[in-house]
Design a binder for this molecule. Structure first.
Ligand code: ATP
Length: 363
């Protein structure tokens, strides 16, 4: 079992003047046996991070270490990592069993097993028993991806690295495969780094995740923390549906709005939030020192039945999701997303509890 550490890892492509910075001083520890996900928009540096861990890319600065052992001079083939890519990269002329056993040509199978036994055990692990003699083109996309996973796991690597392994598969298959992957990973207790641009998948599958942006880690945390307490506006908007409002503080505790409340003006309206600062005297604003607050409210917290913080949303589009309807609309030019039980009229009045707000930025 292995702990992975990145310290001050930067990666620049090309010359300093016209080069691209793919990673910028990334510090990250992935714990022993953890399922860790890198998520973020296209071009934020996820694949570069993974390739740097695998040794396919050399960092411009910083170090990668496995269990405190620096990997700087260790080539990829000696790093003891199993890698699964989006394109399964199976060998088309080899049988499924030979694909799975490929890595065992170069490395001994785990002690106490023969190569054949190891291949059988892995095919069973990924639910492909009896398919060893088939060729890859006789398999479905999901089955091929499981062969790729079995192949990566065969030599019992210290680390498992997966780069968008499911992005070519349809939504239902992705869901069932990710459950299977999570089960296999936690049974084997193998330290895993998973790359995806799909934030829902990242929340569902990970022990912890990092939200990346422009080559930096914007926030690292457990799925619940990232979802409930996004550290920045970017995270609040990227992970899950959210409503983000930016406003100016009008009043704090006890001035007009009562104990433990902050009143924030957004355009012509004003909303009451739970006290934004522990220390109200610090944050009490005057005309010369306006204090700005950016806060977010999840769609689930915007309700037609709320008594306070009510506002009227102009409805643009509705998506029927089975148990609920996702409603996209606008309020004062701000995009708003709601989750309602039924399709509303052209406008709908909703409100939110002051305690259901999460403040992402103040200045
Ligand atoms: P995606 O989700 O689209 O795969 P990503 O988050 O994995 O994106 P990377 O592939 O790591 O992003 O790329 C990060 C940045 O580095 C991008 O701006 C990309 O254009 C740049 N980059 C990646 N590889 C190279 C390369 N070989 N030469 C020059 N720039 C590169």
């Amino acid at each position: 079992m292995t702990e992975l550490r990145l310290e001050g890892v930067s990666k620049r492509y090309g010359s300093n003047e016209d080069g691209a910075t793919a990673l910028s001083e990334v510090d990250l520890t992935v714990r022993d046996g953890e399922f860790f996900t890198l998520v973020g928009p296209s071009g934020c540096g996820k694949t570069t991070t993974l390739r740097t861990i695998a040794g396919f890319e050399e960092p411009t600065e910083g170090t990668v270490s496995f269990d405190d052992e620096p990997m700087t001079d260790v080539p990829p083939e000696r790093r003891d990592v199993g890698v699964v890519f989006q394109s399964y990269a199976l060998f088309p002329h080899m049988s499924v069993a030979d694909n799975v056993g490929y890595g065992l040509r170069f490395r001994e199978p785990p002690t106490g097993t023969t190569a054949d036994e190891r291949v059988s055990a892995l095919l069973e692990l990924v639910d492909l028993e009896g398919m060893g003699e088939r060729s890859p083109d006789q398999l479905s996309g999901g089955q091929r991806q499981r062969v790729a996973l079995a192949r990566a796991l065969a030599p019992e690597p210290e680390l498992l690295l997966l780069d968008e392994p499911m992005s070519a598969l349809d939504a239902r298959l992705r869901e069932s495969l990710r459950l299977q992957l999570k089960r296999i990973q936690s049974d084997l207790e193998i330290t895993t780094v998973y790359v995806t641009h799909d934030q829902e998948e990242a929340l569902a599958i990970s022990d912890r995740l990092a939200v990346m942006r422009d080559g930096e880690l914007e926030q690292v945390g457990r799925p619940q923390e990232i979802y409930r307490e996004p550290a920045t506006r970017f995270v609040a908007e990227f992970v899950g549906d959210n409503n983000v409002f930016a406003g100016v503080v009008r009043d704090h505790d006890g001035t007009t709005s009562g104990e433990g409340r902050t009143r924030v003006g957004v355009g012509d309206a004003s909303f009451e939030l739970e006290a934004v600062s522990e220390n109200a005297s610090d944050s009490r604003s005057g005309p010369e020192a306006p204090r700005r607050v950016t806060f977010c409210v999840r769609p689930d917290s915007l309700s037609r039945n709320a008594d306070v913080n009510r506002f009227t949303v102009d409805v643009d589009t509705c998506e029927f999701l089975g148990q609920s309807v996702r409603v996209h609309g606008r309020w004062n030019g701000v995009p708003v997303v709601l989750r309602l039980e039924e399709v509303p009229d052209d406008t709908v009045v909703v409100g939110f509890d002051p305690g259901d707000v999460h403040v992402v930025e103040t200045s």
